[in-house]
Design a protein around this ligand. Structure first.
Ligand SMILES: O=C(O)[C@@H](CO)OP(=O)(O)O
Length: 393
């Protein structure tokens, strides 16, 4: 295996063309081994060849997307050769679970030309009895939201992740609107469907948190946490991802201390699926969950390592898409196999988002009576009692 690494022509930062070709041949041989199922460790070995071939700490030379393409192809080939569905192969005999979707129904920040500084306002159909029912709850709410927007004269054009991108008065108006949409669709906010946020605060941080687009002024991290705290008491918010900027470790500690008992505090930009950053987050109690993106770290094995690390600390983890996506549905199988019970993959709109949901529906169908779907946030004290009364609009 280290033969590939030895192809480096003296300089650890460069490869000779011949060396790269020989290394690729080597990888092909390893893939062939994986395909005939003779080498259970092939995924790990090939991934480590890819990491060595790249040779940089952040996959800067070959690029995480190209490395990941090979890594995922190995998993798909091995699953096919073993005659197993991808999720079953990836689970390697461990329990599997359908995830609760986090659906980004109102897009803001860098993902849309809306008036919202916050990037993602998501719905989570936590009270649904099955994945397919969860899809129904969410799709009906999405269309109720569309009708409310249209009735109020807003655009119903969508942003990067398929959610609507209206010009609302401010960020809080988005939470109010979602609660109205949940009720209009006939569901109970806080029981059937909750709200998750991804403010992506790095994008509006320039020393302070600058809520300019939504006219909510500049805030320091303490004031922003207070804003979240007041929302959590008014709306059925169960999860906040990247509530503060990616380098605001002390802010994350404070936010987790103040809100982490009641809701899920998720780190994405702060950890970038990197085990070293996740370790620091666990040691310093900076959150109680991590967002997991395969192409942030670049190989399937390293992603699984990051998940194992979260599990060992009792953290939750959410398998996530990217805002720029393809119709590939690998993460659907991956989410089921990793048994974390949550997936973030956009609104029920746009083919590159629905491809994942369609695959999850297929997996649930295949699993039949063995399909498990439950609320991964059930121990959290939901704010349902603080929501507007059912049926109020
Ligand atoms: O912020 C995020 O969590 C992701 C996906 O929603 O967005 P991006 O891929 O742009 O980082």
């Amino acid at each position: 295996m280290n033969e590939a690494v030895e192809q480096r022509d003296g300089d650890p930062n460069r490869f000779s063309g011949k060396g790269v070709l020989r290394a690729i041949e080597h990888i092909e041989t390893e893939i062939a081994h994986a395909v005939v199922g003779r080498d259970a460790c092939a995924q790990i070995e090939i991934d480590s060849v890819l990491v060595d071939l790249d040779g940089t700490p952040n996959k800067a030379r070959l690029g995480a997307n190209s490395i990941l393409g090979v890594s995922m192809a190995v998993a798909c080939a091995a699953a096919a050769a073993a005659g197993k569905p991808l999720y079953a192969y990836l689970a390697a005999g461990r329990p599997v679970r359908l995830p609760v979707p986090m659906m980004n129904v109102l897009n803001g920040g860098r993902h849309a030309d809306s008036s919202l500084d916050f990037q993602e306002f998501m719905i989570m159909p936590v009270g649904a009895p099955s994945f397919r029912e969860a899809m129904r709850y969410a799709a009906e709410t999405f269309h109720a939201l569309r009708a409310l927007l249209a009735a109020d004269g807003h655009t119903t054009a969508v942003g990067d992740e398929g959610g609507f991108a209206p010009k609302l008065a401010n960020n809080e108006a988005a939470c109010e609107l979602i609660v109205r949409a949940i009720e209009r669709a006939g569901y109970h906010p806080g029981e059937d469907i909750c709200i998750a946020l991804d403010p992506a605060a790095t994008s509006f941080h320039d020393g302070n948190y600058n809520l300019e687009r939504s006219g909510q002024g500049r805030k320091n991290s303490k004031e922003l946490i207070e804003l979240y705290e007041s929302w959590v008491s008014k709306y059925p918010i169960v999860s906040i991802e990247d509530g503060l900027a990616e380098d605001d470790w002390s802010g994350f500690r404070r936010m987790t201390a103040e809100l982490g008992e009641g809701i899920q505090i998720v780190g994405d930009d702060i950890y970038v699926t990197n085990i070293d950053f996740i370790r620091r987050g666990i040691d310093e109690k900076c959150s109680n969950a991590a967002l997991i993106k395969l192409n942030q770290i670049g190989t399937v094995s390293e992603t699984i390592d990051a998940i194992e690390f979260c599990r060992s600390a009792g953290w939750r983890y959410i398998i996530s898409h990217r805002s720029g996506e393809t119709e590939d549905s690998f993460i659907a199988d991956f989410a089921v196999a990793m048994d974390g019970g949550q997936i973030k993959t956009g609104a029920p709109c746009r083919g590159e988002r629905t491809a994942k949901y369609n695959r999850l529906l297929e997996i649930e169908h295949q699993l039949g009576a063995d399909a498990i779907f439950d609320n991964p946030l059930k121990e959290l004290p939901f704010s349902s009692t603080l929501c507007a009364p059912h049926g109020s609009q």
